[in-house]
Design a protein. Structure first.
Length: 138
């Protein structure tokens, strides 16, 4: 669901996400960040707007773990595009436990728009920027 340029998804934590410490493994959150970013982009129509010879690659992930989450809990994942620069875009994420609204994790990903065949950065098309509705344009 998308409201106010924030894309939201609710999931129930599967047992497969749990590590030997009994809570969601840190790497799983990074996977969920990528999954919701891809889903948001596709839902917004970004794939059609970007052109056939372009794609996004991750330059950097930052993630802050605040509280543990456990199997069977419902969490809400929120993502939005914070800014769009010439060839890069910063996307932010928040993971919240539904039962008590506790913020569990927050993170961000610096994405780079590239030519699929060469891997070289490309300017982000205006059509893509418009679809993502970044909070800032730098």
């Amino acid at each position: 669901m998308q409201t106010n340029n924030i894309f939201t998804k609710t999931i129930t934590i599967p047992a497969s996400a749990i590590d030997e410490n009994g809570h969601v493994n840190n790497v799983v959150y990074v996977q969920w960040m990528q999954d919701i970013a891809v889903q948001h982009y596709a839902t917004a129509g970004g794939v059609a707007a970007q052109g056939q010879n372009a794609t996004w690659v991750v330059r950097e992930h930052k993630i802050e773990y605040l509280q543990p989450a456990f199997a069977g809990q419902e969490i809400e994942i929120r993502t939005w595009v914070e800014d769009a620069r010439r060839v890069r875009s910063l996307r932010k994420y928040e993971f919240t436990r539904k039962s008590d609204s506790s913020l569990l994790v927050r993170g961000e990903t610096d994405w780079v728009f590239v030519d699929s065949s060469t891997g070289r950065p490309l300017p982000i098309p205006e059509a893509v920027i418009s679809l993502l509705s970044p909070r800032k344009r730098v």
